[in-house]
Design a protein around this ligand. Structure first.
Ligand SMILES: [Zn+2]
Length: 441
């Protein structure tokens, strides 16, 4: 039987061997950053730390965090690249921009070896989904400075797949390509997968029957790790859908495997994960915390203790696939930046998606946080499938209202809009609107 691992010697490495390996890489990265990155030289000096004091993974906790705001400020003050950069600019061969929702995006630079690390670990994820050299792959991300398209394309190429470049094509042209070429694997954001499926249905195309897609993978948003969203995508394409969490600044750091156990494995030979509570202490297995990454391979911008703002839960069980890599339960469970407080209760938009998506009659939705007569409230707008009768619409409203109240622990208003009125998203969705002028925390 062919192996289910691209690199079994890494994916099944013993804990002791992985720790030794990580510690060697960590010492090298810290030395490199201190010697060549003015940004990190200042940070280490301010923390009164010398690279030689960092010997083990535990020592890492003595170093300060790095935040995205710091990186942005650094680039704003020292345009255009800032001075995190720890190699001569001539050694840099790629630039990508993070997809900023506010302010200027962060520019991230890579050397040839950095870039290889990014797409090679990504290729390992694709292999874990079951993608093989014989596959023909479509990476339906936008062609531009966002890393999504490039990393997906290079990763598939790294496995030797035939890659169909569709970055600049319209949705109609992509549907046409799926019908006319033997494309077996599709990568896109989860929002775009649903957008593409809806567009195909309108044209009378059944993607599940009329195409050869067998695997889809999704990144840019956590949708494919939400069971109901994944089920919707799988039904539309007649394929298995996989989640690929990643960060431009760190790596395409995680993947679900073909055991489909609900666990997300981490490429911890490329990036060392810490999961920390609010006081910055490591959480126990089974607990949730903020994911903090230290890059173990990138030399151009070697981030140390980078706060991702992503909330994850450290797994306290093993995956049946046999991988020994650190794993999280169910991908990214929420973003600290997306966290909302409503009448004292913490609400993550992802949780609302988990509650709303299982209903087949929900085509699209929007979450509005607003203040009504001095009280915070949540309004969930539902764009229903066009076939619903008036009575069914009312039934859906009541049913979702009950489900949200039970699932969130507070009442949410539900409004059923006219079918087709809510915005659709062909890249990353922005389904959350916060109308409150001040945030009460
Ligand atoms: Zn697994």
């Amino acid at each position: 039987m062919a192996s289910r691992y691209l690199e079994p010697e890494i994916e099944r490495r013993s804990r002791a061997a992985m720790t030794r390996w990580q510690a060697v890489r960590l010492r090298e990265q810290v030395r490199h950053a201190a010697a060549h990155s003015p940004f990190y030289r200042r940070k280490f000096k301010a923390a009164k730390m010398k690279p030689a004091q960092i010997r083990t993974l535990d020592d890492l906790r003595r170093l300060p965090f790095t935040t995205k705001d710091e990186l942005k400020e650094n680039q704003a003050n020292r345009p255009p690249w800032g001075d995190v950069l720890a190699v001569p600019l001539a050694d840099v061969m790629r630039v990508h921009l993070t997809s900023a929702t506010t302010g200027r995006p962060l520019a991230f630079l890579d050397t040839r070896e950095d870039w290889h690390g990014f797409y090679h670990s990504y290729a390992r994820s694709l292999y874990a989904y079951g993608v093989r050299q014989k596959d023909m792959v479509m990476a339906a991300f936008s062609y531009g400075p966002w890393i999504g398209y490039w990393s997906g394309f290079y990763a598939a190429q790294d496995l030797g797949c035939l890659v169909f470049p569709v970055g600049g094509l319209s949705t109609d042209q992509r549907i046409d390509a799926l019908l006319n070429y033997p494309i077996t694997v599709l990568g896109c954001t989860p929002s775009y997968a649903l957008f593409l499926a809806e567009a195909a249905t309108k044209k009378g195309v059944d993607l599940a029957k009329d195409t050869r897609i067998r695997i889809t993978w999704h990144t840019g948003e956590p949708g494919a790790s939400i069971p109901a969203t994944r089920a919707k995508i799988e039904a539309a394409f007649g394929a298995k859908a996989y989640d690929l969490p990643g960060l431009t600044e760190i790596a395409a750091w995680g993947f679900e495997c073909d055991a489909r156990s609900g666990l997300t494995h981490v490429h911890e030979d490329y990036c060392y994960p810490e999961v920390l509570d609010e006081q910055g202490r490591p959480v126990a297995p089974g607990e949730r915390g903020e994911l903090v990454f230290t890059s173990l391979y990138r030399k151009a911008m070697p981030l140390i203790r980078y706060r991702t703002r992503d909330v994850v839960q450290v797994a306290d069980r093993k995956c049946p696939c046999g991988r020994t890599l650190v794993s999280f339960e169910g991908g990214v469970l929420g973003r600290l930046d997306d966290m909302k407080k409503v009448r004292g209760i913490i609400v993550y938009p992802r949780r609302i998606e988990e509650l709303v998506r299982p209903h087949a009659a929900v085509d699209e939705f929007q979450i509005v946080f607003r203040r009504h007569e001095g009280l915070d409230e949540i309004l969930v707008r539902i764009d229903p499938s066009p076939s619903l009768s008036l009575a069914e619409r009312e039934g859906l409203r009541t049913q979702l209202g009950d489900r949200l109240r039970t699932g969130l622990g507070l009442r949410a208003a539900v409004e059923i809009t006219e079918s087709g009125t809510l915005p659709r998203w062909d890249h990353k969705a922005r389904r959350v609107v916060d109308e409150r002028t001040e945030v009460p925390f």
